[in-house]
Design a protein around this ligand. Structure first.
Ligand code: ACM
Length: 534
């Protein structure tokens, strides 16, 4: 992170020297007055001005490159297997919309789209990149394959939505502000097949989101097969909110998701929520209940009524075996153990349980992530806290998170009244909840993660995550209506430098994404405060 920060510092210094840093026009930038009602029509944004997330630096200059029938993708004569794979995936992503064959070839000599690994690429860090367009082609340069992948996603936005065309000459130099840029899906309240989650991964990766947090278990369903406790998925997976059939993923399916996400440089963070939110587990195994009686499966949307039996050693064998199998399936470093809304677990029991659960995670070689209630107990060294409070959250609760952040616990910000994608946009939104208030697109975007929690230094902020809870969301249409377009703004908050943020500029860049969302068949919320179609 320190390296990244230095990088951004350099970029900002360039901005001070007059080099265009995030060339989004300032408010009031407008084209010629065409006399239409409401004033002049703003000048259309050029390709380098309409990128989401806004890059650290971008400018158009000079003649461009014709992306057309002769275009090839060049990965370099000595390209690694991985760079070649990034090139193949980029080709696949560009072939559909362009209709071009786009062969992937070895060797950098010649015109085309070039992917170049360069350990000395300045200003790009571990995930950033440089993109340069001139009449001979478009060169993507990065220190890592991750950076090349992100460069390719930027390139997609520079190209026409469909067909071929000329990309103007220009340069983008880019690197993320925060290391963690996440989205969460709750497949427990309603079960979703793998295809829908993979579709979302594709959509997220376009905007440089690098983490998919999957909420795998809750009162209403258990969604992942566990060999040592098979009834969890077989029985506990067979329910969901509203009484539908539910379902679960096999281990093979989960592995497929992890691999699919990894190809797009997205890490999967699995969550097994505990000690509350466990009715599906307790319905599957009577012995997980203090009274030895299995409850009915649950299909409502109340929270806080279930708790693992904290005083029983069997509980710890259970979490050890479940988390052990999950750790084995998960190459990423994080396991999320929930810890929220444990209203049926007395505070002392909660703290004692979370101590043991954190030890289990460490024993399986992973780092704990937990909802921010862990701050009120004893977060283990290195444990990451995910803040999901809102403007009305008690000051003492926020203070506990700030204190933990200052003591070295990285904090992921998911403020419910900004980042929760299941909050209704307004009173007319059909799906969704409103317990944190309505969250219109502008509200979702207009906050600064670096200064959001008073007293929490930016250096303690690991990043931003946009959770999608599914109590009221049971199909792809509602999922995408709620996620889009808000998730684009949250992706920008995680990636773009603070200097590039600002609603007026963002709203215009977001509007320019409309045709791209349409092309993906996403029925997004046409927020009235965004100038779609201008
Ligand atoms: C949460 O929304 N209960 C983390």
């Amino acid at each position: 992170m320190r390296v990244l920060r230095r990088t951004l510092g350099t970029l900002l210094a360039l901005g001070a020297l007059g080099v265009c840093v995030s060339c989004t026009p300032a408010r009031g930038d407008a084209g010629p007055d065409d006399g239409r009602p409401g004033g002049p029509r703003p000048a259309a944004l050029g390709p380098y001005e309409r990128l989401v997330p806004a890059p650290a630096s971008a400018r158009a200059d000079g003649p461009g490159y014709l992306f057309g029938a002769g275009t090839v993708i060049r990965t370099g004569a000595d390209a690694s297997e991985e760079v070649r794979r990034v090139g193949e995936l980029l080709a696949e992503q560009l072939r559909g919309p362009s209709g071009l064959p786009l062969p992937v070839v070895d060797g950098q000599d010649g015109d085309g789209i070039r992917l170049l690994l360069d350990g000395a690429a300045e200003g790009t860090g571990e995930e950033g990149y440089r993109l340069r367009t001139d009449p001979t082609g478009i060169t993507l340069t990065a220190r890592t394959p991750t950076g090349l992948f992100h460069a390719g996603q930027t390139l997609r936005q520079l190209l026409p939505v469909r067909g071929t065309g000329t990309v103007p000459g220009g340069t983008v130099t880019d690197a993320p502000r925060f290391a963690y840029r996440g989205a969460m899906v709750d497949v427990a309240r309603h079960f979703f097949p793998l295809e829908q989650v993979e579709r979302y991964v594709d959509q997220l990766a376009r905007y440089k989101v690098n983490t998919l947090h999957v909420h795998l278990t809750d009162d209403q369903g258990w969604r992942l097969a566990v060999d040592s406790w098979p009834k969890l998925a077989e029985y506990g997976g067979g329910s969901e909110v509203g009484g539908g059939p539910g379902g679960h993923w096999t281990k093979e399916e989960y592995r497929e998701l992890v691999a699919y996400a990894a190809e797009r440089y997205v890490d999967v963070v699995p969550e097994i929520d505990m000690p509350g939110h466990v009715n599906a587990a307790q319905a599957s195994y009577a012995e997980l209940n203090c009274d030895g009686k299995a409850p009915e499966r649950y299909t409502g949307i109340k929270v806080g009524f279930s708790s693992l039996c904290v005083g029983d050693e069997l509980t710890y064998r259970f979490i050890d075996e479940v988390l052990g199998e999950l750790a084995e399936l998960t190459p990423g470093k994080y396991l999320h153990i929930g810890g929220d809304e444990a209203h049926s677990t007395p505070a002392a029991d909660y703290a004692a349980f979370m101590d043991r659960a954190q030890q289990v995670v460490a024993r399986h070689g992973k780092t704990v992530v937990a909802w921010h209630q862990l701050a009120t107990a004893r977060p283990a060294p290195g444990a990451v806290l995910q803040y999901w409070g809102h403007d009305r959250t008690a000051a003492a609760e926020k203070a506990a998170v700030v204190a933990a952040g200052k003591a070295g616990h990285p904090v992921i910000l998911s403020p419910a009244d900004r980042a929760y994608l299941d909050m209704k946009y307004d009173a007319t939104t059909k799906p969704g909840l409103a317990w944190a208030g309505y969250v219109p697109v502008e509200r979702s975007y207009s906050w600064d993660p670096g200064s959001y929690l008073a007293g929490l230094p930016e250096s303690a902020v690991l990043g931003v995550e946009a959770p999608l809870w599914t109590e009221t969301i049971a199909n792809r249409g509602d999922w995408e209506l709620m996620a889009f377009p808000r998730v684009l703004g949250l992706a920008e908050l995680g990636w773009s430098p603070k200097s590039a943020l600002g609603w007026d500029g963002y709203a215009r860049r977001l509007a320019a994404q409309g045709p791209r969302l349409d092309a993906q068949d996403i029925a997004y919320h046409r927020a009235p405060d965004v100038p779609w179609g201008e």
